[in-house]
Design a protein around this ligand. Sequence first.
Ligand code: KQY
Length: 376
Amino acid sequence: MELKGKPVDQGYRMPAEWEPHSQCWIGWPERPDNWRNNAVHAQDAYVNVATAISRFEPVTVCASSAQWNKARSMLPEHIRVVEMSMNDSWFRDTGPTFVIGNCEEKQNNKIAGIDWNFNGYGGLDGGCYIDWGQDLLIARKVLEIEKTPRFPHSMILEGGSIHVDGDGTCLTTEECLLNKNRNPDLTKEQIENELKSFLGVKKVIWLPRGLHGDDDTNGHIDNMCCFARPGVVLLSWTDDESDPQYERCMEAISVLTNTTDAKGRKFEIFKLHVPGPLYMTVEEAEGVSQDGDAKLRIPGTRLAASYVNFYIANGAIIAPQFGDKKWDTEALHVLSSAFPGYEVVGVEGCREIVLGGGNIHCITQQQPAAASALPN
Ligand code: KQY
C-alpha cells in the first residue's frame, strides 16, 4: 500500500537501531565484477554475519533465482531465504528505511517503510554500477512481503548515509548527501527538511567527510560515526598524523564537540581506531571480473575498513574483524565499553566484505518491532 504525504505528519519516526527489531534483512553477494572469485569468499562472510545475527533475532536473506539454492544450502535452516533479484547486495542502502508510530502520540503500533530513490551510488557521475534497476525495487519488494505500507520518496538517499538516535537527531556527511551526483537540484536546507519530515528528526548534524578511501559511497556516515545511545557516539579514529584519515577525524571531532544534539546534550565520544591501514592485494584485485559495469578494482587501493560499520541486533553488537590482531581486539573492548549489557560478537573474515566496498552495517537492514508486537 502506498502512503501519501510525510511520515512525520502521520505520527511516524525512524527508531534508533538499538530499539527492538522483529527481524534483520540481508542480501546475497553474487556479481563477479564486484566480489572476487565469483563471490565465494564474500558469501562465506555473509553466512557468518547472518548466522551471528540470527542468535539474537530472526534473519531473512534474499538471493537471486540463480543463487537461491546455493544460499539455502550454505545458510542455517532457521534463517529464511527468499528469492529476490538485485544488482548488488547492500540492503542498508537499497532496503526500506523503516519508521514506526511515535510513542508520544500513542500510535506506537504502526510501522511503514520509506522507499528512497537510488542511483547506484552516484549514477553516471562516479557511481558504482550503471544498471541499478533491480536495486531500485528492493525496498518495495521487502515491504510487499511484509505487507507494510510504503512512503515513496524521489530524493536519492542510501540508508548508509544516515544515522538517527531515535530521539530527534540525525547524523550524516556533506561529502555524500551534498554530492552533486545525488540530488544536484536540492539545497542543504531542502535536504535537511526532507530528513526532518521523513525521519521525524528535529536536528541534522553534518560531518564534513566520511572515511578516507570510502569512494564507493562518497563517504557514508555508517563507516565514520554512529550513535551508541542519545548523546553518545562512536567515531572512526586514527592517532597517526601521517594517515590521510587523520584530518577527517579532526574535522569530525571538531563538529561533534562544538554542537549539541536535538535535546541539547553534549556528545560523549568513543574513538574506534581504524585497522591497518589495509590495502587491496594484487591477488584480490585480479579475482574481480572486469566484464561488467562495476567500478574497476585496483591493487594497492586503501580499503575503507572501519569498526564503526557494525550492526546493533537485539541485545548484541555484531562487529567486523579484519585479521588485524591489535585493532580487532581493541575494537571489541571499545564496543563493550560503549554498549554495557550487550553481547559483543566479532565476525571474522570481514575483509572480504570491505573488498566489495562496505561492511556489516551496509549489508543489513533492521525491521523494527512495532510496539504492539512486543512482549509486555
Ligand atoms: O558501503 C556500502 N554501503 C556499499 C557500497 C557499495 C559498494 C559497491 N561496490
